[in-house]
Structure formats: structure tokens, C-alpha cells
Write a protein that binds this ligand. Sequence first.
Ligand SMILES: *[C@@H]1O[C@H](CO)[C@@H](O)[C@H](O)[C@H]1NC(C)=O
Ligand SMILES: *[C@@H]1O[C@H](CO)[C@@H](O)[C@H](O)[C@H]1NC(C)=O
Length: 393
Amino acid sequence: MSVCSVSLAFFSGWCFQLCPFVVAFQGNSTVKKVILNRPHMLNALTYEMLSQMIHKLKVYENDSKVRLVILKGTGRAFCTGGDVVALYNFMTAGHWSFGASFFKKFLNLEYLVATYKKPLVALTDGMVMGGGAGVSMLARFKIITENTVLAMPEAAIGSYVGETYLLSRLPGYLGEYLGLTGAQLDGAEIIACGLATHFVRSKDLQQLENALSEMATSETIEISQLISKFVGKPNLKQSSAINRLEIVNKCFSGETVEDILLALEKQIENGREEKWIVDAINSMKSSTPTGLKLFLRSVREGRRYNQEGCMLLEYAVICHVIRRTVSNDFYKGVNAKLLGKGKKPEWQPSKLELVEEEMVERCFGRVDEAEWEPLQLPPRSNLVQDNNMASKL
Ligand SMILES: *[C@@H]1O[C@H](CO)[C@@H](O)[C@H](O)[C@H]1NC(C)=O
Ligand SMILES: *[C@@H]1O[C@H](CO)[C@@H](O)[C@H](O)[C@H]1NC(C)=O
């Protein structure tokens, strides 16, 4: 881990001077580029990076000369979400509320991306994980390539799977499948399930970026037409789970995580020994039982809320997770899986049956601490308030 990420929350001013280019801001007066530039950390986002991005995106939004903003990453990842190791270090050395501030910032960035008033084009030519999916796939134009791989691996490391809004809007019960199993989608699959808007070959991406820079317009139709000229043909693998949506839906529509696991096992018993089913079962069995249940409830509830409502819900749940309201799995998982101390985390509760409904319920309510407040997102004219969720917290 770099010096940068360890010290951020404490010495953000100092870090800013040491590593000023973790996000690069380029472009000219009409087309701006926001470039995640922390390739050795797969562009995992720190608090400082989030702050810089939010600040600049607001400045661009407000600057009448700016027509278009391009969002991209350096290296083989677009973004692997938040820098969880740095977060773990702050919270174990200090207080869980550092984590709460971090997630508040993260959700604010995603919200800004989702409601951005100017065309935002995310060029995603690599790995996208966890919160990185929100930062890219909530943009107006989401361009992916054959190098794009998307996954939500949080449950495997003991954490809570977010991106409730995106996942709950996928076809059928695909969102449940992705969040519960951490399964990866490749570029062709991302397009097929409607997460991204355009598939462009990686070799053509630079040309597209140049063309967008030269066009410098805010007109959605013109931008769409331009991007269309670069669109390539994705090649959906025969073995893809997307080609088996019927079975995905049959298994992942189960009412509880236990039901879903049973349904998958039944497929195997009935002779359907497909790799994706075996992988799904193995992944669910080694992930945090508490995290799986929290995610399932979120994605189901999320279908009833808008973007803002989903974010309010996620913020409450993640605060309970990092505060250890019902389980310490986040800390155990990061320690074992990301810091390599101990091979297999011993989740507690250790089994799905031991995670009681009441425990899950508690994580969807207020955090019982005097200073805690529900997430407050700034009013943005292009999104309606969701009082439905807010009234519950
Ligand atoms: C946006 O522009 C207006 C008018 O130029 C200014 O008053 C306001 O402070 C700006 N806001 C931001 C976030 O830059
Ligand atoms: C911005 O850069 C693009 C591409 O290099 C160029 O076509 C355009 O004229 C530039 N705009 C300004 C205002 O400099």
C-alpha cells in the first residue's frame, strides 16, 4: 500500500502535495477529462480522490464553456471501488465513523455522476468492481470494451454489496446473481444486460475520445450518433449465464438466501453440472452469511426506490456493517482476504440459518448513536426526492 493511502484521512493536505496526480484533470475549455490515475492500486478510490472528483465535476457543471466531460482510468482497471484496505487501517486505528465519512463521500460522487447535468462519457476499458461500477455505469454514456470485466466481489471479503439501484434494475434476477456470487461479467455480457450503452473495441477507444474532444457538444443525439460510428460487435459466449436467464431467474428469485442456495444445488442434482452453477454455490458458501442476507434484502427493497432512496438505504446498511452492529465480518474479511493474515475468515454468525431476520432488520434502521445521521444528498433539479425511504430512517 502506498504512503498516500495510509495517511489520507489524517493528513489529506500533506498527501495532496505528495501525490497530486492520483486523479488527473485534463482537456481544454470545452471538453474536460477526469482520469483516475492510481494504476498500481487498480484505481481504488481514496477519500482525497473522491473529494477532488466531486469538486472538479461541480466546477465543470457550472462552467458554461464546458460541453462534455470524459471519465476514464489509467492502466488495466477503470476503478475497483473504494480503497478498502486504507479504510480498514483508518477504522482499526481510529473510529468506524471515518468509514462512514468515506462512504458518504462515495455516495455523493455516485449521485453526482447519476444526476450530472452535462453529458458524462465513461470510457471503461478494464476492470470495474464494487463501487467502481457505480462511478462508471451511472454516467449518461457508458462505453465498454472487450477488456471490461465487471464484478461485485464484496460479499467474498465480508463486506456489503452496494450498487442497489443498478443491480435491482437488471433483467430478471440477474442482480441477485451478481451480488450474491460475485460472478464476473465480460464486455459482451455487460452490453447484453443493459448496464452499458455502447461496446467499442479497445483499439478504437482513443479515436473515439479524440472525436468526442473535437466535437465538443452537449447534444445527446449528436454524441450518440458519433459514438455509434465506433461501435463494435460484442461476442456473447455460448456458456454465458446471460444465455441461461431462465435458470438464473428460477434459482435467484428464491425468497431467502437459503432458498436460492437450495435451488442451485437442485440444478446440480438434476444433472445440470454447469460451471457457473458450481461456481455460484462455492462462492455463496464461502462468503459472509450476514453480508449475503443484507444484500438480498437491499436488492429486493431497492426495486421500490429511486436512485436516491437506494443510496439512503445503502448508507444506513454500510454504517451498521462497519460499526459491527450485528457482525464483525467486514474486518475479518479484509484482514484475511486483502491483508493475507489467515487463510479463511471465520464468519460470525457462521451459517445462513444463524443470521436471524431481526438482525437483518436492525441493519436497515437508524444507527443508534447520537452523532449519526441518515445520508443527506444535495437537492439536484434532475432527480425527484424519494421520501419513501427517508421517512424510514
Ligand atoms: C456556480 O456559478 C455561480 C455563478 O457563476 C456561482 O455563484 C456559484 O458559486 C458556482 N458554484 C460552484 C459550485 O462553482
Ligand atoms: C479542444 O480540443 C479539441 C481537440 O484537440 C479541439 O478540436 C478543440 O478545438 C479545442 N477547443 C478549444 C476551445 O480549444
